[in-house]
Design a protein around this ligand. Structure first.
Ligand SMILES: CC(C)(COP(=O)(O)OP(=O)(O)OC[C@H]1O[C@@H](n2cnc3c(N)ncnc32)[C@H](O)[C@@H]1OP(=O)(O)O)[C@@H](O)C(=O)NCCC(=O)NCCS
Length: 163
């Protein structure tokens, strides 16, 4: 079996400001990457999370504004999130490097991406093939979409390693 899709209400989102303020105190900044950073960002996603997520991240850079947010500490990427990339209205993929987990970076990236979708006019976001369902339930009250496994991922290609 695959992983379920989740639905998130975008009209009841927690504010991003307090999350950002907390991260700023820890020297972490969230921002969209700039076009000239595309290779650095996509390569980082590829190393940390593999080729499928790197492919989706590349698609984020075809948009203006870029459909991606990165978390940066000491001028290095520690996390990323994409939105409106896999399908219209989808959030994801997202990930935080293992060393930086557990300090609110994932929640802040999630909120930033969801606020991005809300600003685009969506009322609901879909988290496609959600891995850590409990993380999304806890942070933004996501609910599972019944019968959504394997959803759009039903006929996926077997991933091959291009390297
Ligand atoms: C899931 C992930 C993004 C979370 O990032 P993070 O920076 O560690 O998350 P946060 O510190 O912001 O956690 C926010 C809250 O969610 C909880 N949480 C984090 N990961 C969780 C998980 N896997 N399951 C359940 N709860 C989780 C935290 O305990 C925290 O709760 P608190 O507010 O009570 O302290 C990160 O573990 C990751 O990159 N995982 C691998 C990639 C992945 O699975 N991406 C999602 C693909 S759908």
């Amino acid at each position: 079996m695959g992983l379920p899709d989740l639905l998130v209400k975008l009209y009841e989102l927690p504010a991003l400001g307090p999350e950002q303020a907390r991260l700023t105190r820890a020297g972490i900044k969230l921002r969209p990457p700039l076009a000239f950073e595309k290779r650095a960002v996509v390569d980082w996603v590829n190393r940390e999370f593999g080729g499928e997520w790197a492919s989706e991240c590349e698609v984020a850079f075809t948009k203006q504004p870029v459909g991606c947010i990165i978390a940066v500490q000491n001028r290095k990427i520690i996390g990323f999130a994409c939105y409106d990339v896999t399908c219209k209205g989808f959030f994801g993929p997202m990930g935080v490097t293992a060393d930086a987990r557990g300090q609110g970076v994932g929640r802040a990236l999630l909120l930033a991406g969801l606020h991005g979708l809300a600003a685009m006019g969506y009322a609901y976001a879909i988290i496609g093939g959600a891995g850590p369902v409990a993380f999304y339930q806890k942070t933004v009250g996501a609910i599972e979409i019944e019968g959504s496994e394997p959803g759009i991922y039903r006929d996926r290609l077997v991933a091959s390693d291009p390297t």
